[in-house]
Design a protein around this ligand. Structure first.
Ligand code: KG4
Ligand code: ZN
Length: 332
């Protein structure tokens, strides 16, 4: 079954062709970061307008690279939530229009389920049950994946998402948006023990996080000492990054043990982070848990993960109809 995945929930316009929910034939991502950078974050109205401009060329490119036409496509999968309403609507309208024009079926896919199921694009993918952490710009949520389509939320952030903490901290430090990669790169040259930033909610009884205090601690540090430069900046980034990776990995390892799960998946944009990846591996190994990390290009938003989520939704019997709308707050 050839699935076309379309993703327009935030600031990436993406389309991919995936066979049987497992094999990527093409995966095209057009990012809008240059447009939003000067504003220090995503401007929703600009995002929607640019999706309108980019979506057809991106789709065309995905078909061309896979050497396929719309005739070959068996199912159109589109992110219908969660995300920015105007941005989501572009993808949803395109999917409906393509379906109407070609007679091909379509289905709405959940963006978070897409992040979780991107792992299925690896040769060695875990089967449910497993524990899945989605850690991105908009979400930091821990799920017990009982089966495809059966997700139990066991913990989440009470305020900022981890990616949001990266982006806000980058802004405080005068680094470009999105802040994850620049902080990650500087952190690799810094001392993670230079500054002891707080880890919120350390109790073993809950699997929730809080990152707004960490961002405030960085702001206070900068107010006191000024915006650091050179090695001091690298040290601050490394210390911040250590606090995020420590808080995330400690809790999901504890949750896996409590729930008796042997397999862990860490995914979403922040799963591209070098320290989160290495510390998660270390801690999982210590506790004899098997950790699955998608490659970096499948961590950040893409169309392939939406094709997988749409394929799985279709196998569960879900069907899109022309009343399908975007749901900006869709909970899995
Ligand atoms: O999943 P994603 O592409 O979009 C959302 O669904 O939000 O995640 C984007 C987030 C941004 O906050 C970005 O700063 C963060 O992922 N990110 C990183 C890294 N690369 C991207 N955070 C930490 N380290 C990275 N290397
Ligand atoms: Zn995402």
């Amino acid at each position: 079954m050839l699935v076309l995945g379309i993703e327009t929930s935030c600031d990436e316009t993406a389309a991919a062709l995936v066979e049987d929910g497992r094999r990527v034939l093409s995966d095209v991502v057009s990012t809008q970061v240059d447009i939003h950078r000067r504003w220090g974050g995503v401007v929703p109205e600009l995002a929607s307008r640019n999706h309108v401009v980019q979506v057809m060329p991106v789709l065309h490119e995905a078909l061309t690279r896979a050497n396929k036409t719309l005739d070959d496509v068996d199912l159109i999968a589109v992110t219908s939530g969660p995300g920015l309403i105007g941005a989501l609507l572009v993808g949803v309208q395109v999917a409906k229009s393509l379906s109407l024009a070609t007679g091909k079926p379509f289905v709405g896919a959940n963006h978070l389920e897409g992040h979780l199921l991107a792992i299925r694009l690896l040769e060695d993918a875990p089967e449910p049950p497993f524990l899945g952490l989605v850690v991105s710009g908009g979400h930091t949520s821990l799920y017990e994946v009982q089966d495809y389509g059966r997700y139990r939320l066991v913990g989440s952030t009470r305020d900022d998402a981890a990616g949001e903490a990266y982006d806000k901290t980058a802004r405080i430090l005068g680094l470009p948006y999105p802040g994850g990669l620049p902080i990650d790169q500087l952190a690799q040259k810094g001392d993670p023990e230079a500054i002891r930033f707080p880890r919120a909610l350390p109790g073993a009884d809950n699997f929730d996080w809080s990152f707004s205090g960490l961002k405030t601690a960085v702001a206070q540090h900068v107010r006191k000492h000024g915006v650091p430069e050179g090695q001091a900046l690298a040290d601050l980034c490394a210390s911040f990054q250590e606090a995020v990776a420590d808080a995330l990995s400690k809790k999901f390892v504890a949750a896996a043990r409590r729930l008796g799960l042997k397999n862990l998946v860490v995914c979403g944009g922040v799963a591209a982070n070098s320290r989160l990846r290495s510390l998660s591996k270390e801690r999982a190994e210590d506790r004899h848990l098997k950790l699955y990390l998608p490659p970096v290009r499948l961590c950040t938003d893409n169309g392939a993960m939406i094709a997988v989520a749409g394929y799985e939704a279709w196998r569960r019997g879900l069907r899109g109809d022309f009343n399908l709308s975007a749901d900006p707050a869709w909970r899995m």
